[in-house]
Each structure stands twice: as structure tokens, then as C-alpha cells.
Design a protein around this ligand. Structure first.
Ligand code: ATP
Ligand code: MG
Length: 377
């Protein structure tokens, strides 16, 4: 369509990269010399989005395709710290290649003649399995600190290695993420943990000291020597989640956050209890304060944080095995998630096996059907 109208148009980014790696592309991004307004004029089902980065979303046979105009990257508007706040200066395809993040994300496929254009050595890096930032790595991370997390994501997703100059700043520049708006960080962090590679992601983030920026409370808790539950709980929880993704089962960020922050919440709750608060209100207050702190960095949408809170609150109710209360609990809309979380705790010795067994038998007779049939997210 763009071609027919006389514009240049290329497939670029993850779609091209994944195809060349023999992986199933998640989506396709198109880049063109047409401006967003010109793109909009061509397609009936098209909307323009983005401020920092203006794009056209085009619906083609129920697939949403992102169409971006070649950017020059130069003279992009920057904050005082050197972060790009807006980049809508249009340029040539060669300039567009240079403002992309990694070389293997800057391969341009022309569907008209089947040619692949490579301005930055991306093909060679792809062959070698190397993730390499285009240009001066430090500067590119400073421009957009989210690239730190993208580097980690592509390592775990593609099973590639970071080039040494691309890797080194990861250890040092994590603090730059503090300046990234929570909404954008949330998107990237959820992509990282929902990808089916959550175990590897967690290890990498910890390795580079990035976990401490994203989940400070969790990191601090993990550093406490007296706690033998937290790490196994997180590792097992992330593993279960990866296995669900591999089986095509749905996962929810609410559960991941419940796993990552549980130990912190319980610690805070115990502290409140020691100061005279009753156990149940203590759990709620602790949940509030832990979620509020976490929200300053990663703004989990309300519907998810509400569910995280429900999962935690129900852990309290699982302690009693009385049929009348149980009957009420199994009807709770988030019972299944809370029950799964309790089983996870039992797996690592955080809940009595006898209690877990009781609930397993009880919910088999009275509980809701397993979540298998539910649609993803
Ligand atoms: P996936 O879709 O598998 O998550 P992707 O590489 O397609 O991976 P997108 O976020 O869809 O990632 O971005 C599409 C392309 O846009 C990237 O391949 C890259 O060329 C460019 N890009 C995305 N984010 C950035 C960024 N922060 N800095 C520079 N270029 C970027
Ligand atoms: Mg993509």
C-alpha cells in the first residue's frame, strides 16, 4: 500500500530479527519515508499515537502494525540529563538505522524486492549471536535508559551474548532508570517478566544490579541472611510462571508481584504486629505500604495491584481450615490465584503441607474450575 502510493517502506526491528533467527515474530514494525499524516491519509483504519515518539497504528486484517517515519535522531529534544524526551525529526533511512538501539534490530527488509539492508553490521552480529548497541554505548544508554532493560530482555529472549562495550555500562548506569517515567518502566518490566523467561531475567537483573533499582524492597530483603524462604519462593514462582507460558496458559502480573514482594510484606506485617496491630489489619497495612513504595518505580495498573493485595489477604484466611469460612473463600473471584500462591508457598516450606493438602481436597470438591480455559490476560 505504501509502496503503491510511491513511498519507501521496510519491515524493521523485532519482526525481521526474529524471522532471521528462526523464531516466531511477535509483531511487525514498518518504517517509511511517509509522515504519520501521510500514512493516515492512506489507511482507513489508522490512528496516530505517541508524543515522545509519534507513530501510526494501522490495522491490517486484525493485525496491528506500527508504522514509524524515518527518524534522524539528531537534534532530538533532550532533558538536562541528556535523556531524549522527544524525537520527531524526520530523516533518511540511513539516519533511521543509527538511532535504533541494537544492530540486530536495525535490519531493513524490503518486501517488494526481497532485499535486506544493513547499515550497522547487524547481520554479522546476528550470525555471531551478539547484541551490540549502535554508536557509543554509554551515550546511547544515557539518551534512553530503558535500553539497559532492553539489553537484558534480548539476552534472555534471544539467547544471545552482549558485546563487552554494550555490557559494561549495565553494571554502572542502572541509577538512570530512576528518571524514567513509571509508566514506561512498567511496560518494559512487564515485558521482561511475562516473556516466559522470568527466571533468567531475574538472574540477569540481579547480576547487573538492576533488580535493586526496579525492586529495591525485594533486593534488600534478599540480602538479609536470616531468611531462607524468599529466594526459593521467587525462583519457584518465576519457574512456574515460565512453565505456564511455555504451555500457553495465562499468567498475570498480579501473581508475579505477589511473589516478588511477599516476603517484604510479611516482614512489615510482623513488625506492625510486634507493635500491637492485629494480624489481619497488619497484613493490609503492610500490603498498602509495600505496594505504594513499589508503585513509585513501577506503576502496576490498579486492577493488578488490587489482585496482588487479594492474593496476600487470602493467605491469612488459608490458615484456618473451617468449612464455613472455606465455603466463602472459594467463591472469591481471585481464589484460584491465591490458592496457587499458597501452593507455591507450601512447595518451599512456607505453609504446612497438611494445610495445603486440606485446601487441595476442599477446592477439588467445592472450588472453581482451574483457569485453563481462560483467555490470555
Ligand atoms: P519485540 O517486539 O520482540 O519486543 P522489538 O525489537 O520489535 O522486540 P519494539 O519495542 O517492538 O522491540 O521496537 C521495534 C524497534 O524499534 C526495535 O527493534 C528498535 O529498532 C527500535 N526501538 C525500540 N525501542 C527503542 C529504543 N528505546 N531506542 C532505540 N530504538 C528502539
Ligand atoms: Mg516489535
Amino acid at each position: 500500500m505504501l509502496h503503491q502510493a510511491g513511498y519507501q517502506a521496510y519491515l524493521v526491528g523485532g519482526g525481521v530479527r526474529d524471522l532471521l533467527l528462526g523464531q516466531q515474530p511477535k509483531d511487525f514494525d514498518v518504517t517509511t519515508n511517509a509522515t504519520p499524516e501521510q500514512v493516515k491519509a492512506l489507511f482507513r483504519r489508522c490512528r496516530l499515537i505517541g508524543r515522545r515518539f509519534r507513530l501510526a497504528h494501522v490495522l491490517v486484517q486484525r493485525e496491528q502494525i506500527e508504522v514509524a517515519t524515518f527518524r534522524s535522531g539528531e537534534a532530538a529534544e533532550q532533558s538536562e540529563q541528556g535523556m531524549i524526551v522527544r524525537d520527531n525529526r524526520y530523516g533518511t533511512i540511513a539516519q533511521d538505522a543509527l538511532r535504533r538501539d541494537f544492530t540486530l534490530n536495525a535490519l531493513y527488509f524490503n518486501s517488494m524486492d526481497g532485499t535486506l539492508t544493513d547499515y550497522v553490521g547487524g547481520l554479522e552480529d546476528l550470525r555471531q549471536g551478539v547484541i551490540r548497541l549502535i554508536g557509543d554505548p554509554r551515550q546511547r544508554y544515557i539518551e534512553d535508559p530503558v535500553r539497559l532493560l532492553r539489553a537484558v530482555r534480548f539476552v534472555t529472549k534471544l539467547g544471545c551474548q552482549l558485546a563487552p562495550e554494550t555490557e559494561a555500562p549495565l553494571f554502572e548506569l542502572g541509577h538512570l532508570l530512576d528518571a524514567v517515567p513509571a509508566a514506561r518502566l512498567t511496560d518494559e518490566v512487564l515485558k521482561l517478566f511475562m516473556s516466559g523467561k522470568a527466571v533468567a531475567t531475574f538472574q540477569q537483573l540481579e547480576h547487573y544490579g538492576l533488580l535493586a533499582i526496579l525492586f529495591r524492597q525485594t533486593t534488600e530483603h534478599l540480602a538479609l541472611a536470616d531468611d531462607l524462604i524468599t529466594r526459593p519462593l521467587i525462583e519457584q514462582g518465576l519457574l512456574n510462571s515460565d512453565q505456564r507460558v511455555a504451555q500457553g496458559l495465562p499468567i498475570t502480573p498480579a501473581f508475579l508481584f505477589a511473589v516478588l514482594l511477599w516476603a517484604t510484606v510479611r516482614r512489615a506485617a510482623r513488625h506492625l504486629q510486634a507493635n500491637g496491630t492485629d494480624p489481619y489489619p497488619a497484613l493490609h497495612q503492610a500490603a498498602d505500604s509495600v505496594l505504594a513504595q513499589q508503585n513509585q518505580v513501577i506503576a502496576l495498573p490498579k486492577r493488578f495491584s488490587a489482585m496482588t493485595r487479594d492474593i496476600w489477604a487470602m493467605q491469612f484466611s488459608f490458615q484456618t481450615t473451617k468449612s464455613r469460612r472455606a465455603a466463602r473463600l472459594v467463591r472469591h473471584p481471585k481464589f484460584r490465584a491465591a490458592y496457587d500462591f499458597m501452593l507455591l508457598r507450601a512447595q518451599v516450606g512456607d505453609v504446612d503441607a497438611a494445610i495445603a493438602d486440606w485446601w487441595t481436597r476442599y477446592q477439588a470438591r467445592h472450588g472453581p474450575a482451574p483457569s485453563r480455559a481462560r483467555r490470555k490476560r
